[in-house]
Design a protein around this ligand. Sequence first.
Ligand code: SF4
Length: 385
Amino acid sequence: MNKLMLYVHIPFCERKCNYCDFVSFNAKYDVIDAYIMKLLEEIESKSYLANGYEISSIYIGGGTPSFIDKKYIAFIMESLYKHYKVDSNAEISIEGNPNSLDSEKLKAYMDLGINRLSIGLQSANDDELKILGRVHNYNDFLNAYNSAIHVGFKNINIDIINGIPFQTPDTYKKTLKAILMLNIKHISIYNLIIENGTPFKTMLAENKITLPLETDIVKMDEITRELTDYYRLHRYEISNYGKDGFECRHNLGYWSDVPYLGFGLNSSSYIKNIRLKNKVHFNDYIALDYKNYMLSDNQNGYYDEIKMIDEKEHMNEYTMLGFRKTTGINIDDFYKTFNKEFEEKYKANIKYYRSMELLCKKGNNYFLSDKGLDISNKIIADFMQ
Ligand code: SF4
């Protein structure tokens, strides 16, 4: 049976972080309740799209899914199990923040079959957490992490950020070391990007924050390489490191052309070469009548965007996402997908980047070298034609 992945978006957070441009906000109980009811309608109404597919992974992300009452997560999981054919071995992840993950919630998640937890820590340094506008401190994280281990979570990811204002290679090293010493199985490390419309953008313009120098970022990347090697977490994607067998199957699916359905505000679906983008405005989403979705003459009205992905765009995305993985692109898979020879299609680029040792070949896979991954945006842009 073909694989399909499901994503569920929970857009609520206790407070907006200073760097965040995601679709997320605080809301009162009645708003959260109305949103979840709409989400359940959407999950049920779209189940016919999954006919013939088996669900290989589920990801409940946000926002902060752990911010809402655990009963809502139960409603969501029950609906997914009821209306979709979920593989008994599926990876089921939920995101949470340290201050809203307590033993009771974690135990409830486990009982619902959730088997992977992703904790947004960002830094082990309380001053840096304050600058980021996070609502927790490092001790909150330790409590949440220990509770998760105690209730039986074996597959836990920790998110951290480098390039935080005023961060130094030394403070970054302390964060990374503190986490890796917990015998963590997976870590995602994102470089801070100052996005338009965020408090950080204004603070930077007003000289209230200073970003680390580019040379310090390079040092932080070296620290990442040294410490993840030492603690035996291998880099399997530009920003992701895991112990063997703990790579995130859901994210690997996104980078490997596996179709998915997304539910909730601003979520995306990609199935049968069609990309569907859900409503981004809360009131537009809440006003939809999903009960008539399947028979509706105007399914366009349910989305902000519906797009047929033609072969050129599909190939560009396949190449862009494939090069994010450290295993890169398998030329046999490429041929099976497009009926075209990868080496023929990208002859000039392959020759150029191999001569610069930014692109490597092992067996039937082409992948970016460590140096290549550092400038992946440029290389990927050249491959996209
Ligand atoms: S917790 Fe995450 S989604 Fe929520 S405001 Fe902070 S960065 Fe954004």
